[in-house]
Design a protein. Structure first.
Length: 360
């Protein structure tokens, strides 16, 4: 029973029902099984951390690491290259997604890595048993599929799955040349580099991508060109170059974009954060409507409850990207403060003419 999953399919927002890719699979697993997996996960994590096995720049599903870790690294690196004291440099970053990442984990390859890392025998035996003979059924519109065997991948929604995926991909960046830096958050991967010359920048990034792609293929993982983004950072972002930066992924040419979304932060080719700030305002607008509705629906709104809702729904969106916005200009901060003041007025049920000093 602990190895059987009931997979329910949830339709993604604004997606057609006819396409299989429009659904997000959620595995319902045994609660007792998940409790045991969580215990094993903690013991495995202690072993990995004690021996410093996990990649330094893998920030996903690890204590004292967050999505901001690699975003700040990218921002600081690019800023330092664009404003180099000796000679300004071009910089470029490529952002990747791996197709069906957790479902593509090759069991034999993962078991090989357990042994190669010389994990404790009792943990290896448990993990082998954990991966073997797993079965699942799929439920859609109250219709249940036949029982089938899972021959690859790590179980969806299992506490152990993210850590097993990190172990499986721990050496994917070993072949990356030293001139290129990288960052990982589970299966979200970024490579970035710089050079004085545009042609050399292109060659450096392509060389690193080729090594990354080769290592992925060796471990039966496939990059998704359709989800690959390339951004060329320059102090002259509007300048048209005769030979612009472009790279190939799976033999498909990737052209540079003016901005990309990486770990819920929009990074633009100027590092101005204006596009990201507009996206933050859009996200907050919908949540403000909910706060207004709740405030009007209550006969006597409880201000403590409304403030807690403001903190959980709106303030979390505002403060998420504070570390990178430290380099933004004052106009960005002014816009953020305006949005925050508006949200506080709604939460406290105050009219728009109340002064900012009164709100704070």
């Amino acid at each position: 029973m602990w190895k059987k999953a009931n997979i329910i399919l949830l339709l993604k927002p604004n997606k057609g029902k006819q396409q299989p890719s429009s659904y997000r699979p959620i595995s319902l697993l045994s609660c007792l099984g998940k409790l045991l997996e969580r215990i094993i996960k903690q013991r495995l994590l202690l072993e990995l951390n004690a021996r410093n096995i996990l990649p330094q720049h893998q920030a996903g599903f690890r204590p004292k690491r967050s999505t901001m870790y690699n975003i700040v690294r990218i921002e600081r690196y690019i800023k330092s290259q664009l404003h180099h004291p000796m000679k300004r440099r071009h910089a470029a970053a490529s952002f990747f997604g791996i197709e069906a990442a957790f479902d593509s984990v090759w069991h034999e390859g993962l078991i090989y890595k357990f042994n190669d890392l010389r994990l404790p025998t009792y943990i290896i035996k448990y993990l082998i048993s954990f991966l073997e003979n797993r079965t699942a059924t799929v439920e859609l519109d109250n219709t249940l599929s036949r029982l089938f065997t899972l021959s690859s991948g790590t179980p969806q929604c299992s506490p152990l799955s993210p850590l097993l995926y990190i172990i499986y991909t721990s050496d994917l960046m070993n072949g990356i040349p030293p001139h290129t830096e990288h960052g990982l958050f589970a299966d979200d991967t970024a490579l970035w580099t710089s050079s004085h010359q545009l042609a050399n920048l292109n060659n450096r990034l392509q060389q690193s991508i080729n090594e990354f792609e080769k290592c992925c293929k060796a471990w039966k993982l496939k990059l998704q060109p359709i989800k690959t983004e390339l951004v060329h950072f320059s102090i002259h972002p509007r300048k048209k170059y005769k030979n612009p930066v472009q790279v190939k992924v799976e033999d498909i040419i990737i052209q540079p974009a003016t901005s990309t979304r990486y770990l819920e932060v929009i990074i633009d080719n100027r590092l101005s954060w204006r596009t990201h700030q507009k996206q933050v305002e859009t996200r907050i607008a919908a949540r403000l409507s909910l706060l207004r509705f709740l405030n009007r629906a209550a006969i006597e709104p409880n201000h403590n409850i409304m403030i807690n809702l403001y903190k959980s729904l709106i303030r979390t969106v505002i403060i998420y990207d504070y570390p990178v916005l430290l380099s933004a200009d004052n106009k960005i901060w002014d816009r953020i403060q305006i949005v925050q003041n508006k949200a506080l007025r709604v939460a406290l049920g105050l009219p728009h003419y109340k002064s900012v000093d009164y709100i704070h």
